[in-house]
Write a protein that binds this ligand. Structure first.
Ligand SMILES: Cc1cc2nc3c(=O)[nH]c(=O)nc-3n(C[C@H](O)[C@H](O)[C@H](O)COP(=O)(O)OP(=O)(O)OC[C@H]3O[C@@H](n4cnc5c(N)ncnc54)[C@H](O)[C@@H]3O)c2cc1C
Length: 428
């Protein structure tokens, strides 16, 4: 039995419906490289709508595409360009001639966030290496904050400041990059090996699909649990349920209320602002970041270009994410920033929603334990994004770990297989 306090399943992955628009509360940066979202994960039928490859960086009044993974041919060009390039700080760079072939190296614009073509090649090679590095190797690296680790990565300062800092801030919901460098490496690895994406129909599509894999009658909404033991659950509305095992699958604070002593991390607050307009800004299905960090918006996208089901026909949905505590007059500040980022007037854009979540994403400061125990006692288990990485991937992975522990303790003679549907936790 699943007991859910709200009237819908989904928690932070809720989607609000306003005038035919589908508005997510979360900042939506999922990755097709998240193992828990792969087709064999039990989420069969979940459609992931990818953003255009890489991201668009706004700098000096122009858009620059960055972070696109070169194909095999492009990678070869990048390696060759790099091989014949001077070391960083080693004198002026020139277009690169490769024996037998002229490699086209576009002239870099002053202030362009990624620097020269050689800088871009260097970044491409670094991302290629990261994508191919096993997770265990990344997790064995010394741990510090992301902000401290970045300069040691051998990349030019302008690539770090103009691209990696805003990208990581967006991926980690952490503008100051206080996150563990290992978690930052995992986030960059997912970015380098997959595509940023959103679930078709809104974030709620994912938890709803999970709920549909359960036998009818399993999920009970509008039921708040007030206390737990290994053999019973007490609820505010329906008294006590006897049970064989309990899995607490709430956010960190609610879990600590039910299990006093459980660690409650700090959180990164996040605000998501949704606007509608009749015109479609010309950024296509790209995620747009401000390389100059000249306003409150960390990232923004014409989400209806990524997933047309999120807006009624003929209308455009622009969703933008602001990191940190809420600022006064946020809608005006966001509109002014969006006008610069998209290069259009936003004066007539309609505000559909401003959603602030104070405890949006658990902070993952070093040292961060990526695999906090999910089995507290035989019969008492806990999962959620506070037991793993503070992401949808982390929440789902911790749930798989908890489900495996429950099946073992219940003596179910059946190993959890990646292709199995997420099993029914015997909550009551
Ligand atoms: C604004 C915002 C932006 C985000 N951006 C990203 C992003 O870009 N990428 C990413 O991967 N992640 C992002 N996240 C984080 C992601 O949404 C969470 O990591 C994930 O949804 C956590 O899932 P969960 O199941 O652990 O917890 P929750 O989603 O919080 O679910 C917990 C559930 O428990 C229920 N509950 C609580 N107490 C009780 C009780 N006493 N009895 C019964 N039920 C109870 C709640 O109603 C809720 O449904 C973002 C989150 C927010 C809010």
């Amino acid at each position: 039995m699943v007991l859910e306090a709200a009237h819908e399943v989904g928690g932070r992955m809720a989607t609000e419906k306003v005038d035919g628009f589908r508005l997510d509360r979360i900042g939506r940066l999922l990755s097709t490289a998240y193992p828990e979202l792969r087709p064999a994960s039990g989420l069969d039928g979940l459609v992931l709508r990818p953003f255009a490859p890489g991201v668009l960086l706004h700098s000096d009044g122009r858009h620059h595409r960055a972070g696109v993974q070169p194909g095999a041919r492009g990678a070869l060009h990048a390696v060759r360009a790099l091989a014949s390039a001077p070391r960083p700080g080693g004198g002026p760079r020139r277009p690169v001639a490769v024996p037998g072939r002229q490699v086209s190296v576009p002239r870099s614009r002053t202030g362009a966030p990624l620097g020269t073509a050689v800088d871009q090649a260097r970044l491409g090679v670094a991302f290629g290496k990261l994508a191919g590095t096993p997770v265990e190797r990344l997790l064995a690296r010394p741990e510090t904050t992301a902000a401290e680790a970045l300069p040691a990565r051998g990349l030019p300062v302008r690539t770090i400041d103009g691209f990696l800092r805003p990208l990581l801030a967006a991926l980690l919901c952490d503008p100051d990059l206080t996150t563990s460098s290992r978690c930052a490496d995992l986030a960059l690895r997912a970015f380098a090996s997959g595509r940023l994406c959103v679930p078709e129909g809104g974030a709620e599509a994912l938890p709803r699909r999970l709920a549909r894999t359960l036998p009818p009658g399993t999920v009970h909404t509008g039921v708040r649990v007030t206390s737990v033991s290994t053999t019973s659950v007490t609820t505010a509305e329906h008294g006590e349920f006897r049970c064989g095992a309990v899995l607490i699958a709430t956010g960190a604070r609610a879990a600590a209320e039910l299990l006093p002593g459980l660690r409650v991390p700090d959180f990164h607050p996040v605000t998501v602002v949704h606007h509608s307009t009749d015109e479609t800004p010309g950024t296509g299905a790209s995620l747009l970041l401000d390389a100059e960090r000249g306003g409150p918006v960390a990232h923004t996208a014409v989400v209806s270009r990524v997933d047309p089901s999120r807006a009624p026909a003929g209308r455009t949905l622009v969703s933008s994410t602001v990191l940190g505590p809420p600022v006064p007059g946020i809608d005006t500040a966001v509109r002014m920033h969006l006008a610069r980022l998209y290069g259009v007037s936003t004066a007539r854009w309609e505000t559909l929603g401003v959603h602030h979540t104070a405890e949006a994403v658990p902070a993952m400061r070093p040292p961060h334990d990526l695999r906090r125990p999910v089995r507290l006692l035989a019969g008492l288990y806990v999962c959620g994004d506070h037991r793993d990485t503070g992401t949808v991937q982390g929440a789902l992975h911790s749930a798989h770990r908890a489900a495996a522990a429950i099946l073992t303790d219940l003596g179910t003679n059946r190993s959890l297989h990646a292709a199995d549907p997420v099993p029914t936790a015997r909550a009551a």
